[in-house]
Design a protein around this ligand. Sequence first.
Ligand SMILES: Cc1ncc(COP(=O)(O)O)c(C=O)c1O
Length: 367
Amino acid sequence: MSALFNQQIQPQIQQIQPYTPGKPISELQRELGLTHISKLASNENPLGASPKVLAAIEQALKDIGRYPDGNAFFLRQVLSEFLSVPMSQVAVGNGSNELLELIGRVFAGPGDEIIYSQYGFAVYPITAQIVGANFVEVPAKDFGHDLNAMGAAVTTKTKLIYVANPNNPTGTLFGRDQWETFMAKIPPQVIVVLDEAYLEYVERADYANGMDYLSRYQNLVLSRTFSKAYGLASLRVGYMVASEEIISYINRLRAPFNVNHIAQVAAATALKDQDFLQQTVALNCAGKQQICQTLTQMNIAFIPSEGNFVCVQFGQDAMALNQRLLQQGVIVRPVANYGLTEFLRVSIGSEQENQHFIDALKRVHNA
Ligand SMILES: Cc1ncc(COP(=O)(O)O)c(C=O)c1O
């Protein structure tokens, strides 16, 4: 940064540590000259998008010369039917990432407090920095959200609490009892953002589905995405469900054409293809077993996960092991930026990709 601009940049923006994305396959191919690469670094769907979505995209291509529908009418209508809420309670965004930031901007500013959990998704502290709010990171319990402690951290300055269920990168889940006790204690003017990016993968019966609580809590905001189980990560589309009033403020802030036409068509088609979703979930369930069984056999600890990834404890060797896995063509995700220096996060891939990881791990572990 030149000395001229150094003084001009907003101080809270200067301090932002940018979000670290997973390494793209093409980058590793360039760096190491490898051809057989398995990317298990960004919690994507190993099946990609459904065939019905691909067909709908092909149809929609002829319209890309025109601006998209700025109100995403059709997509919000499909979401409204799927979720049984009025369209006025649904906003769509350029990935749920955009909406998670916008909700922060709607409610918090300099001097306010935003609460999130240790090991919570990286976008929460980044948002707090962007809006100039003070962030309150509450220590995790068993790698998951300590909802009691998070509730106790609320002060008169608290504007917003971010909770992820399941959480990324740990894969931890809180159940209905914990959630209900937590919500009962939160003052009604404090916004609770429940990030359900991985809800489709949850197997536990006591899962607290945010939709069951929306009518009870005016301060509850749900965030969901088409990037994970629906296989549309590159198209960038997510949605928020909340009271009509809150959604109207998000709509004031968002860019007029924040979700492109192809993404709108793809997301609406994906939502209707629940058979593909079931296939995705079944593949994830089998793949998680495939990986976790091997880890158990190899005596390697991991955090039990309700998502499409597992956070594995490799100890002090984690970063070196990451390099050795890269040499074998397997991209996983270091999570040292979350303070999880002994862990690597492994996304669940196809059976072949998982096997590639397992074979590589057996070759390089303790090498
Ligand atoms: C917990 C959580 N929330 C939100 C997101 C954002 O996803 P997207 O912007 O692709 O919808 C992610 C992505 O990794 C995530 O892990």
